[in-house]
Design a protein around this ligand. Structure first.
Ligand code: SF4
Length: 507
């Protein structure tokens, strides 16, 4: 149990974010006084005090932690200068939040004797900080020092993040302002994986709805095409994800690809990805349909090459199916294949994970994405957590480090990364690619510098206004039934926001 007391400020969310890094499974209880049973947990206090000293107003930040052993660690900081120097209230608040997070982090490091690989960075997109510094023309030395001294990143993570941001920058800098990307969601899968939190529905149960879903999608494709043409926007990349797009029959897959190709202008599309995803959804016929389309990048995702783990996580295929699907795809000429793996799957140890990497190396994919296991709120794993043995955080860290060395040894370099809530060991997900095969879409979705139109059930469109440093989101309903029956409303939602913004620009 974690008892948290805040005085003089209300940055509960920020402080809790830091607490969760150290006490992932503990319940946090907000208290207003110091009377509680310390034998049950840890007491953390963070307070902002305004007082007079020598005729001047002083702002002081105090944080302390007290544990079962009675030991107290505390820190006091004078932040008067920060508050007085920043005239913009919004910026001043941000600066104060940052100092509070750092102060709480530091006392928790003292208390737990543990440092976090990503320091105080709790957001999903850590590379954004580096991009900001690069935009402000700071050099490598400055950026690395900032990451280590101000955000408390480990030496290794600071270098990884810097290199990833540099790699992303090439794609971001080559993107013109009239370019957008398209995401199309196919929310069906053969079965639901243990850790899944995506919009995914078992295809067997929903088979009868696929036709209507495709019809609704076709309508949305046409409407988005009109929005793009009216505004003279060009498509840079297309990503068909899900779910598992190859869950649907070859005839529907063909229908979808033809709809995309006959509607959108593909003249400027540099990358067209289709997530074949699970091998138990891949057939020769489907791969032929994809091979005959404009798709130039696919994903075949093993997650693990250990058969017993595949069974444990609810995937109805074997490692042999993965190898066969991959070879089938290669045989049809697919020359840009990504493979996803997960470090820290329930019951796996470092040697299991290394086995997976060795098996994947034999297939020689163009890119590999290494996810770290995370316990997502909407997943079955979250509900059934007690039934599974989660991999120890230090073992997961070894896996992630081993992947970094191993995959770089294969000639693939890290090119994008992101983090998630409740990720084991507070680690990260990294995409590695052979130079020249980095996914444009993955970089764009992560760095949020490009508008992405998202179509299909549960898809979220992001309209980016770089000059205003602002993003507007348009949500599609998650349920397949609602998406089909309310497709006109989904289209209207997008049209309205585009219309409103055009009006704003004009006025
Ligand atoms: S394949 Fe992906 S989308 Fe489908 S159930 Fe598994 S994790 Fe979810």
């Amino acid at each position: 149990m974690i008892y948290l007391r805040l005085d003089g400020h209300q940055y509960q969310y920020e402080v809790e974010d830091i607490l969760k890094l150290f006490f992932m499974d503990e319940k946090i209880i907000l208290v207003s006084e110091d009377s509680f049973d310390l034998s049950e947990g840890v007491f953390i206090r963070s307070s902002l005090v305004k007082r007079e000293a020598g005729g001047n107003i002083v702002f002081e930040l105090n944080s302390s932690v007290k544990g079962i052993d009675g030991l107290t660690y505390e820190s006091t900081l004078d932040i008067t200068q920060i508050i007085e120097e920043i005239s913009d209230t919004h910026k001043a608040k941000r600066a104060v939040k940052r100092v509070i997070k750092r102060q709480v982090y530091k006392i928790l490091v003292q208390y737990t004797k543990k440092e976090m690989p990503w320091g105080v960075l709790t957001g999903i997109r850590p590379a954004k900080i580096v991009h900001e510094m690069l935009d402000n023309r700071h050099d490598k030395e400055y950026i690395l020092e900032e990451l280590k001294n101000n955000y408390f990143l480990s030496e290794h993570k600071a270098h990884v993040l810097y290199n990833v941001a540099l790699s992303e920058k090439k794609i971001l800098d080559s993107t013109k302002s009239d370019m957008v990307s398209i995401y199309i969601g196919i929310p069906f899968c053969p079965t639901r994986c243990l850790y899944c939190s995506f919009t995914s529905n078992p295809i067997k149960k929903y088979e009868k709805m696929v036709e209507s879903y495709m019809a609704a999608l076709a309508k949305e494709i046409k409407s988005v095409d009109k929005m793009l043409k009216d505004r003279m926007l060009k498509i840079q990349s297309i990503y068909i994800g899900g779910g598992t797009p190859t869950s649907i029959d070859a005839q529907y897959l063909e229908m979808l690809l033809k709809e995309i190709e006959s509607t959108f202008c593909l003249d400027f599309v540099r990358e067209f990805t289709l997530e074949a995803g699970r091998p138990d959804s891949i057939t020769l016929k489907k791969l032929e349909v994809i091979a005959n389309s404009k798709v130039n990048r696919i994903s075949i995702n093993p997650q693990t090459m250990k058969d017993e783990t595949l069974l444990r996580i609810g995937r109805s295929h074997t490692s042999l199916d993965i190898i066969e699907a991959f070879k089938l795809a290669r045989g049809l000429g697919f020359d840009n294949i990504n493979m996803d793996v997960i470090a820290g799957l329930p019951g796996e140890k470092l040697e299991d994970f290394l086995y997976t990497l060795h098996e994947i190396e034999k297939l020689f994919p163009e890119s590999i994405t290494v996810h770290t296991m995370s316990i997502k709120r909407a997943s079955r794993l979250k509900d059934e957590r007690n039934n599974y043995k989660l991999t120890d955080a230090s073992e997961v860290a070894k896996m992630v480090n081993a992947a970094y060395e191993f995959i770089r040894g294969m000639g693939l370099l890290p090119y994008y990364l992101y983090r998630q809530k409740n990720i084991l060991g507070n680690l990260e997900n990294i995409g590695y690619a052979r130079p020249g095969t980095e996914s444009i879409y993955n970089v764009q979705i992560m760095e949020e510098r490009q508008t992405i139109f998202a179509l299909g059930a549960g898809a979220i469109t992001k309209i980016v206004y770089p000059k205003e440093n602002r993003i507007e989101r348009v949500f599609n309903v998650k349920s397949i039934e609602d998406y089909i029956s309310r497709i006109d409303e989904m289209i209207r939602r997008k049209e309205e926001i585009m219309h409103t913004n055009i009006q704003k620009v004009k006025s």
